[in-house]
Write a protein of this length. Structure first.
Length: 81
């Protein structure tokens, strides 16, 4: 009986853990996009980017979004204003 309960607990816990990781990655990118749209400086945007989980985030997309507004480095000035 205990083996069944442990297996059932693992079966429930693992998908929840994966879902939580996915949600946190989405939240990181959403926070980045929100800051981008609100006019955050390149330094602020790079800080958000550098804090992202690179194994879960499409960093190439984030980098492209940075370049679209003229942020090639943290010391760049935005060119989209």
């Amino acid at each position: 009986m205990r083996k069944i309960l442990v297996r059932a607990s693992c079966a429930v816990a693992l998908p929840l853990l994966a879902l939580t990781a996915c949600a946190s990655t989405q939240n990181e990118h959403e926070a980045f996009r929100e800051a981008l749209e609100e006019g955050a400086s390149c330094a602020e945007l790079f800080e958000l980017r550098n804090d992202m989980d690179r194994s879960e985030t499409n960093i190439d997309t984030v980098n492209a979004e940075l370049r679209e507004v003229g942020c090639y480095s943290s010391s760049s000035m935005r060119t989209d204003s």
